[in-house]
Every structure is written in structure tokens, then in C-alpha cells.
Design a protein around this ligand. Structure first.
Ligand SMILES: Nc1ncnc2c1ncn2[C@@H]1O[C@H](COP(=O)(O)OP(=O)(O)OP(=O)(O)O)[C@@H](O)[C@H]1O
Length: 289
């Protein structure tokens, strides 16, 4: 018999949810084989012209994160509508406000530094799935908004510096960064930032230089040029994973309706239940911070 219980123990637990530490399905390659990404230890950069399909990849990551109840999100979306579906599930949702963006990045860096101090005490170099620490995922849709459009030059530079720090520190302490830009240029993605991304996805680009800025120097000369992706094939990208060759992939695509259905379901599985620690016991954000 189900009885009412103030801690919600009368509720039937939902089946196991996803973990961000598990491989994430991102699409298929040109041979029809599934493509999986290990976001937590890699970071992900997506670049390419408008309409190329970058949002599809970001939505795959965000939807996986919402269903992974061990994951918290900090979302940056200058347009509001690209990642807006997830705003109620995110710890921070930054719109076109650079001051807010800077304060969230500073806070994330503090958490990252605290995690390294904790790792030092554990005599380890990276956070493991068994550590009972949540993954804190940062997604930035349109880097250019924060690095070149909003605020003063000094604020833009501070944003770029903090972001470089987070991308550098985040991968071993379960705080990955996923970022996209439709303007792959050196002022937005300097090589020092690009090289910290273990995964780079070049969607259709307007020049071989842009393609190289996303993938890395000289890939176009070696035959991997995102200019060659036809405009009639949105969602196609050259995906480079650390140490490998770029692979032509077709990103899995979720419609707006599917995204909102997933978000509704995620809100339901993330609702407070008996699995939540009672008030007064430290949550993992406190432990991490
Ligand atoms: N994997 C895909 N399969 C089929 N169609 C896709 C795919 N990805 C994108 N599209 C189509 O291309 C359109 C544009 O895609 P999307 O908004 O993801 O591009 P984008 O690169 O993010 O553009 P922007 O930089 O302007 O936001 C989508 O509305 C959809 O119709």
C-alpha cells in the first residue's frame, strides 16, 4: 500500500537516469555508425556559418545533461531562445548581460579551483564518476556575443580570459565547457582557446581559414575542409576528436517540440523526492564549493 510521507517516500522511483560520464550519442558518421562523445573529459567547440546545424549539437548535449540528474548547468545564450528551453533546469542562465556572464564565470572558476584543492587532498588528478560530485556543464551559444559585442573591451577581454581558464581547468574536474560560434575568427577563438577543446566540430564554413580555426591549423590542406560541406546538408560537420582524424558526421537533430518534451520529462525526474538530502545536510554544490 502507498502511504503519504512528508519526505516523498510514497513516490515510485523513476528508472535510472543518464549520467554525463556515459558516452553521449551525437549522430552518425558517413558509414552510418553511431558517434558518441565523452563530453566530461574533453570540452566541445562547434563553429560554422549560420544554419549549419551547431544548435542541433548543443541541444543534444543540453538534453542529455537535463536527463542526467548528476549534472548541473550554467547556460550562456545572448539570444535567449537557443538555450531558453533549459533555463528552469539550469543553475545559471545568462542572457545578453556581460556583468552577469562575468560573475557566473568567476563563480565557476572558484568551484573549479576548490575541486582541485579537494583532488590534491585525495592524491588524484581528476574527478571520477564515483566521487559523488555533480558534473557542472557550461554551454555558451555564440561566443562572439560575449567576446566581441556586449560590454566594454576590458569586459570582453576578461570574459575571454576567464573562459580560457575554465576550459583549461574544467576537463579534469568534471566541469566541461561546450561552446559554439557562427564566426570562427582568431579574435573569438584564438589557438590558445581552441586547443583546449578536445572535441571540435566544424559545420559548413565560408572559408578554409574559418574551417582551420575550428579544427586546427592545416587540416584544410590535408583535405578536411568544412567549406566542402554543401549548404543543402545542415547538421553535417567534420568532427575532430583528440589525436584522431576529422570524421564527417551528421548530427542527431531534435525538433523544438521534442526538446520541450524532454525538458518537461527532465523537470519531472528532477523534482524533489525522497532521494533529495534532507534540509541541513550539505548538498554537493556546497561540497564542491
Ligand atoms: N542534423 C540535422 N538534420 C536535419 N536538419 C537539420 C540538422 N541540423 C540542422 N538542421 C536544419 O537546419 C536548420 C538550422 O540549424 P541550426 O539552427 O542548428 O543551425 P545553427 O548553425 O545553429 O545556426 P545559427 O548559428 O544561426 O544558430 C534547422 O532549423 C533545421 O531545419
Amino acid at each position: 500500500m502507498i502511504t503519504a510521507d512528508p519526505l516523498g517516500r510514497d513516490r515510485v522511483p523513476v528508472g535510472p537516469s543518464l549520467s554525463m560520464f556515459d558516452p553521449m550519442f551525437a549522430g552518425i558518421d558517413e558509414f552510418g555508425e553511431p558517434v558518441y562523445l565523452d563530453i566530461v573529459y574533453h570540452n566541445l567547440l562547434a563553429g560554422g556559418e549560420s544554419g549549419g546545424g551547431k544548435s542541433g549539437l548543443l541541444n543534444n548535449v543540453a538534453c542529455t545533461a537535463t536527463l542526467a540528474t548528476n549534472t548541473r548547468m550554467a547556460l550562456f545564450d545572448g539570444k535567449l531562445v537557443e538555450l531558453g528551453a533549459y533555463r528552469d533546469l539550469a543553475d545559471a542562465f545568462v542572457g545578453p548581460d556581460i556583468d552577469h556572464g562575468l560573475s557566473v564565470l568567476r563563480r565557476l572558476l572558484t568551484v573549479a579551483n576548490n575541486r582541485y584543492t579537494w583532488l590534491l587532498g585525495q592524491r588524484r588528478r581528476k574527478v571520477l564518476p564515483t566521487d559523488d560530485l555533480s558534473v557542472i556543464l557550461t554551454i555558451i551559444d555564440e561566443l562572439a556575443v560575449y567576446c566581441t559585442l556586449l560590454g566594454t573591451k576590458a569586459q570582453q577581454e576578461e570574459f575571454a580570459t576567464l573562459l580560457r581558464g575554465l576550459v583549461f581547468l574544467g576537463r579534469a574536474c568534471a566541469m566541461p565547457v561546450v561552446a559554439a560560434t557562427q564566426r570562427p575568427s582568431w579574435d573569438i577563438i584564438p589557438a590558445s582557446l581552441r586547443d583546449q577543446f578536445g572535441y571540435r566540430a566544424a559545420y559548413r564554413c565560408t572559408s578554409r581559414n574559418s574551417s582551420d580555426i575550428v579544427l586546427g591549423q592545416d587540416w584544410a590542406d590535408r583535405g578536411y575542409n568544412a567549406v566542402d560541406i554543401p549548404p543543402t546538408n545542415p547538421g553535417a560537420a567534420l568532427l575532430l576528436a583528440e589525436g584522431g582524424l576529422p570524421r564527417l558526421i551528421k548530427t542527431a537533430y531534435l525538433t523544438d517540440e521534442q526538446i520541450y518534451n524532454i525538458v518537461d520529462y527532465a523537470e519531472w525526474i528532477r523534482r524533489p523526492t525522497a532521494l533529495t538530502e534532507p534540509i541541513g545536510i550539505r548538498g554537493d554544490w556546497d561540497k564542491a564549493a
